[in-house]
Design a protein around this ligand. Structure first.
Ligand code: SF4
Length: 304
């Protein structure tokens, strides 16, 4: 089935990716997020339309033959890929044919407390789990989760998974105006992420038109929100809204002050600082008042 494979899609965060859709026929998800780009649909606990492992593996083989220069195979779905009932077997088969290509899954984390899902995901090079909310009230309202899904179980499941996992664990938080952008919610997420210590935390907002009338936050608001996370957490602002932001003038002190609150990427620097400020930034880098750290291929500048 040719619609199982999509892309390649170039991504700053993950490299050149070839997508594997485990639910090409229809949306099959245990969430019905207000920001979902797919049409709203009834939530489900497990897939109703199920592809065979053979069908998927043969599509992946063909995709790998056609695209020999990709960095990562990304397991995803029109919905939640961990609802696929043969996930562990499928990952074993993909690992046999992937060669040096990495394999990543994009999951909403709802099933991460299930030992079977953990066992399957442990075999992947990279795992990205979404965590928009630290409280059940927020999860119900924003992600409109299927009954029985409990945010405390998700958080405990992520901690148990992290204990065993050797690959790259990325947590993604999608911020929606008026829904999970309050200081209280962010403070709770921060407390939890300090315990989890994932490889990277990507915060973003709505970039494409969603199914419901919900609003994104601006790049400046995302930056403000990123300041509420502990400076030791590797927070990366992953949003197309960056392109809309206007660069401003920063003095040397302001540059250092900004970097002490939050390490920034080269991309952030180009978005935030005007030409003169970027020269000041370079000078501070030469004087070693600013240092460079690398986390999973993303370089962050921080105050030395
Ligand atoms: S988890 Fe993903 S696919 Fe499912 S409703 Fe939310 S955004 Fe849509």
């Amino acid at each position: 089935m040719s619609n199982i494979i999509f892309g390649p899609i170039p991504s700053r965060r993950f490299g050149k990716s070839l997508g594997i859709d485990l639910s090409p026929g229809k949306k099959q998800c245990n969430f019905d997020c207000l920001y979902c780009e797919l049409d709203p649909a009834k939530t489900m606990a497990g897939q109703e339309e199920v592809l065979s492992v053979e069908e998927i593996v043969s599509a992946v083989k063909q995709g790998l033959q056609e695209h020999r220069d990709i960095d990562v195979l990304t397991i995803t779905a029109n919905g939640e890929p961990t609802l696929y009932p043969y996930l562990s077997k499928l990952i074993d088969e993909i690992n046999k044919i992937k060669g040096s290509t990495k394999v990543l899954i994009l999951s909403n984390a709802s099933t991460i407390d299930d030992p079977k899902v953990q066992e399957a995901l442990l075999k992947l090079d990279e795992v990205k789990l979404s965590l928009d909310c630290a409280t059940q009230k927020c999860l119900k309202k924003l992600d409109r989760s299927h009954s029985g899904i409990d945010v405390e179980k998700i958080k405990a499941g992520m901690l148990a998974f992290k204990e065993k996992y050797k690959g790259l664990l990325i947590v993604e938080i999608l911020i929606v105006k008026g829904l999970n952008d309050s200081q209280e919610e962010i403070a709770k997420l921060n407390d939890y992420l300090l315990k989890l210590r994932p490889t990277r935390i990507d915060i973003g907002t709505i970039d494409r038109p969603p199914a419901f009338d919900v609003k994104p936050v601006s790049y400046e608001e995302l930056l403000q929100i990123s300041h509420h996370f502990d400076a030791s957490l590797p927070v990366y602002i992953a949003s197309r809204k960056k392109a809309e932001a206007k660069p401003s003038s920063y003095s040397e002190d302001e540059i250092l002050e900004t970097l002490s609150k939050r390490p920034l990427t080269q991309e952030d620097i180009e978005v935030l600082f005007d030409e003169e400020s970027q020269k000041r930034f370079k000078k501070l880098l030469e004087k070693a008042e600013i240092g460079l750290v690398e986390t999973n291929g993303v370089k962050f500048y921080k105050k030395a």
